[in-house]
Design a protein around this ligand. Structure first.
Ligand code: DX5
Ligand code: ZN
Length: 217
């Protein structure tokens, strides 16, 4: 499978949001990654439904929504209506994970389960056949521009083993602290999708960074 690059708009310049959306449309980026935060599950707040609607209106690329919120099951319908194509919910934020996974599927969306750096992979064994993606956090969620946690490489290998053992079709998406150096090793370890925010948007030629990330695939 061709590897996927999903730029995170958390690092975009919100004063020039339309310009950044157009830049991603013209680039080799595959998806738009949108980080939704609620000031409870993480100590930050980002954007919500109207932001997603706006982005959806100006791109035809898939909208990959990462929910860093408590009680996500209450808002799945709204996120679907706003334009989400994929929804990731956090393992640590769901009391009834199986139920919420199937709720997302009921709306015809692809579903991912995100896990924090401290969450062991074996906890996914009973849902790995029900999901499209594992979103592995390589930083603690909440902010862009953090330092990549090296333990991520071992976790990718553990997820890969679980996927093979269970004959699952889930893809491995990694999020946080990704740059041109570690992306090579992440793909080599078994990652299928890389999310990148500050590495792309802090560069004066973001399209070129996206091209380089795609070349590494
Ligand atoms: C962090 C978010 C990430 C973030 C990535 O909680 O989930 O998607 O935007 O940003 P960088 O690539 O700067 O770590
Ligand atoms: Zn994210």
């Amino acid at each position: 499978m061709k590897k996927i690059i999903a730029p995170s708009l958390l690092s975009a310049n919100l004063a020039f949001l339309y310009r950044d959306i157009e830049m991603l449309n013209e680039s080799e980026a595959d998806w738009f990654h949108l980080d939704v935060m609620d000031l409870s599950f993480v100590s930050n707040i980002s954007f919500g439904f109207s932001f997603i609607q706006y982005v959806k209106k100006y791109t035809s690329k898939p909208i990959d929504v990462h929910l860093m919120i408590l009680n996500p099951e209450l808002y799945i319908k709204k996120f679907k209506e706003s334009g989400a194509d994929h929804i990731h919910i956090h393992y640590e934020a769901c009391f009834h994970l199986n139920k919420t996974i199937f709720l997302i599927k009921k709306y015809g969306l692809k579903v991912g389960v995100a896990i924090n750096p401290h969450t062991p992979i074996f906890l996914l064994q009973d849902i790995i056949n029900d999901i499209d993606f594992v979103l592995l956090m390589s930083v603690n969620p909440g902010f862009s521009g953090q330092v990549f946690i090296d333990h991520t490489y071992d976790k990718i290998k553990d997820i890969k083993n679980l996927i093979l053992k269970k004959n699952s079709t889930a893809l491995i998406e990694v999020d946080g602290g990704i740059n041109l150096k570690n992306s090579y090793f992440l793909f080599k370890s078994g990652a299928d999708i890389l999310v990148s925010g500050s590495t792309i948007f802090s560069n004066s030629d973001p399209k070129n960074i996206i091209r380089k990330l795609k070349e590494i695939c």
